[in-house]
Design a protein around this ligand. Structure first.
Ligand SMILES: Nc1ncnc2c1ncn2[C@@H]1O[C@H](COP(=O)(O)OP(=O)(O)OP(=O)(O)O)[C@@H](O)[C@H]1O
Ligand SMILES: [Zn+2]
Length: 715
């Protein structure tokens, strides 16, 4: 029984039909009432005459029933739940659903436990018997629908008010854009709803249901908007992250980074360098090249002096020579001598994979240079930008670069004061358009230095380190035929390092010889364990070479003999020409062959035919090569005459066998001569071999002492 106090509002503003409507959905579901209520039992509702309870009626208000009078409540319950108050046995078409129990209500509507509220109220205490039953019934009864009904038990004004309250609530918690949306539309919604109901002639009985439905729909729409906004925000975030990751990935991409690199490279390429500290003094052993370039220096110093007379200086100078011979150094020296800016660019920098990048770099380079004239532009590895190979399908756009270079070279006048110096190792690979007059029309050869040049270069670099007075740069120069300036610089540097490692105070010939052998034949292999037998064979083999060299008139002087393994060899004898040989005589060639034969002859004479080794293979290679050239190239065979035989494979079989025959005779004769010398000087041969076994390495002087039969000073 519900105990209702006097304070209860006297009117019911919500038609019951609406409350009943609210029951429709649970009724339609398979929710039922437990038939525990007795048949004749009426709801024991407290009448208006009963003493009003002094206790608060909070619970009823909470339940939303405070607006109902006692009789009305009775009537309400009776009309809504006839089965409860009437016949107990009349089976209800409602069925129990435990799914719709308390948890459902709480989960779905977020309301408190209405039953505990009921039980704790004074109403429950006063009319405990009836209410207990109701409450116990209600535990399994979908009273939650009642609860829903409570919501509808509100006056029209309250309903509207509650809608606006809800809106206010929403405004409080919703994000600002939702707030704006709600505030903007609220007034018009209420207004238009009223209007709509009027125009549609909706009966008053249905108006509340209409409004509730409208409000619910409105709130659902808001929730939907919220959801949409959330997902929109999420999508935007994902797109942003993808964008950032994408941009980062693209920057990391080597394809793009090449592009960035080229741009930065371009900037650095057009940075001039002042070359005051490099002059012709720094370039040794290339006197002719320096002389030719001297007039370019004069022109750069005073361009007017040359143009007054109407003379034209070349725009482009091509330095041609093997790597490391000092071409770059010469170009720098030109700029340094004239004291003008020096622009360095390597041809490979222009060889870009992107269309037009190479060309634009050339444009930039020339624009900068012209603005700073007089100056020197140096393009190293010119063949990589101006080579014929750029016609290949591998470089489809390189033609643009070379055309740009040609256009730039044609684009300025000879007296503008810009000198372009190009350097290449392969002049024959250059595009013909580049080397015609008006472009790179002056060619300066920078060869490998001769013995005089090498001596100068060695002295120049030796002066930069501490060296012993006994050092003779010329001896090293003689032993370094074919070395470039860069290799000689490296030789001196390696000797200095070796002296430092060995704890010496200055560099001696020993270190210089050491580094020369290292460059020529690779590093020493001191760690290699060679047994005595092999050491002895090597000592006699090398002594054989040395004896033949020493006792053959036209052989080169001996420089050194050693049985120290180095690179692929177990030992070697080095011979030094007095001078660089521009030509070699027949006698000299035969002497070289004899010296090569000396090793094998020595093995055969000392150890017997059965004990000859494989160690002479490179000697035979060398001897055979000389003999073959004598026959097929130098016209030194009487039988075959003064004729060259370049492609021996295309010759007639008779000629081929004649050539072979002649080569064989030359080699056999050489072998016999060597055998004769070694037999004649068997004693010296033995002495030298033993000295080598003792001392490992002997220089020219020591070899001479041993061969003269004198005793070597103990080192
Ligand atoms: N004639 C020389 N006199 C003095 N030093 C030299 C000489 N030639 C070469 N060098 C030394 O070797 C270094 C390298 O030489 P450089 O770069 O000028 O040779 P390059 O001919 O331009 O070689 P590449 O063709 O490989 O570019 C120089 O910096 C210099 O130290
Ligand atoms: Zn040999």
């Amino acid at each position: 029984m519900f105990s209702l106090s006097n304070t209860v509002q006297p009117q019911v503003t919500v038609p019951l039909s609406h409350l009943i409507n609210a029951f429709h959905s649970p009724k339609n579901t398979s929710v039922s009432v437990s038939a525990s209520v007795s048949q004749n039992q009426h709801w024991d509702v407290v009448s208006e005459h009963e003493a009003p309870s002094s206790e608060p009626i909070l619970n009823l208000r909470d339940l939303g029933l405070s607006e109902l009078k006692i009789g009305q409540i009775d009537q309400l319950v009776d009309s809504l739940l006839p089965g409860i108050c009437k016949d107990k046995n009349v089976s209800s078409h409602w069925h129990t659903s435990h799914v719709s129990a308390q948890s459902f209500f709480e989960n779905k509507y977020g309301c408190l436990d209405i039953f505990s509220t009921l039980r704790s109220s004074c109403l429950y205490r006063q009319h405990s018997r009836t209410l207990k039953r109701i409450c116990s019934d209600l535990q399994y009864w979908p009273v939650f629908i009642q609860s829903r009904g409570f919501k509808t038990l509100k006056s029209r004004t309250r309903r509207l008010q509650s809608t606006s309250e809800r809106l206010a609530e929403t405004q409080h918690t919703a994000p600002s854009f939702v707030k704006g949306f709600l505030l903007r539309d609220r007034g018009s919604d209420v207004e238009s709803l009223d209007k709509l109901m009027k125009t549609k002639n909706i009966p008053e009985a249905h108006q509340d249901a209409f409004k509730t439905g409208f409000a619910e729909g409105f709130l659902k729409a808001q929730a939907l908007t919220q959801k949409t906004n959330d997902s929109l925000r999420r999508t935007r975030l994902i797109v942003f992250i993808l964008l950032v990751v994408g941009i980062y990935g693209l920057l990391k991409n080597p394809f793009l980074s090449v592009r960035f690199r080229t741009t930065t490279g371009l900037d650095s390429a057009v940075d001039p360098v002042q070359m005051k500290n490099v002059t012709f003094e720094h370039v040794k052993g290339v006197e002719e090249a320096k002389q030719e370039l001297q007039e370019v220096v004069e022109f750069l110093k005073n361009p007017q002096k040359f143009t007054v007379l109407g003379g034209k200086l070349p725009k482009g100078i091509l330095l041609v020579g093997p790597p490391g011979t000092g071409k770059t150094l010469l170009a720098r020296a030109v700029a340094g001598e004239a004291d003008v800016p020096f622009y360095y660019a390597s041809g490979s920098e222009f060889d870009e994979m992107f269309v037009g990048v190479g060309a634009s770099r050339i444009r930039n380079l020339f624009r900068e240079a012209k603005a700073n004239a007089p100056c020197v532009i140096f393009i190293d590895e010119l063949d990589s930008v101006g080579g014929k190979r750029i016609e290949s399908p591998m470089h489809p756009y390189s033609r643009q670069t070379i055309n740009q270079l040609l256009a730039e070279m044609d684009g300025f006048k000879p007296n503008e004061g810009v000198i372009i110096i190009g350097a290449t190792n392969f002049p024959e690979a250059l595009d013909n358009a580049l080397i015609r007059p008006g472009r790179f029309d002056m060619q300066v050869t920078v060869p490998r230095p001769d013995v005089k040049g090498r001596t100068e270069i060695l002295k120049w670099y030796l002066n930069k380190i501490k060296f012993d007075q006994s050092v003779d740069p010329e001896i090293i120069a003689r032993g370094t035929v074919g070395f470039s300036g860069a290799e000689l610089e490296n030789l001196v540097n390696q000797a200095a390092l070796k002296a430092a490692v060995d704890g010496k105070e200055m560099v001696t010939m020993k270190e210089l010889e050491f580094s020369k052998d290292k460059i020529l034949m690779g590093p020493e292999r001191r760690s290699v364990e060679i047994d005595n037998k092999n050491k002895t064979i090597t000592a006699y083999h090398e002594s054989g070479h040395a004896i033949i060299a020493y006792y053959t008139k036209d052989a080169m002087p001996i420089n050194k003999a050693t049985i120290m393994p180095r690179g692929p060899t177990l030992g070697h004898v080095s011979l030094l020409p007095e001078n660089d040989r521009w030509n070699e005589t027949r006698a000299q060639l035969l002497a070289q062959m004899d010296v090569s034969m000396g090793g094998r002859v020595a093995e055969e004479l000392i150890f017997g035919t059965d004990h000859i080794t494989t160690g002479a293979s490179s000697d035979f290679d060398n001897a055979t090569k000389i003999a073959k050239q004598m026959v097929t190239k130098f016209g030194m065979s009487e039988k075959l005459g003064v004729m060259t035989y370049s492609d021996t494979g295309k010759l007639s079989p008779e000629t081929q066998s004649a050539i072979e025959q002649e080569i064989r005779i030359l080699l056999r004769d050489s072998y016999e001569r060597a055998k004769h010398i070694l037999k004649t000087h068997a004693k010296e041969h033995k002495n030298l071999a033993e000295a080598l076994l003792t001392y490992e390495t002997l220089d020219a002087k020591e070899i001479q002492i041993v061969l003269e039969g004198k005793k070597l000073d103990v080192r």
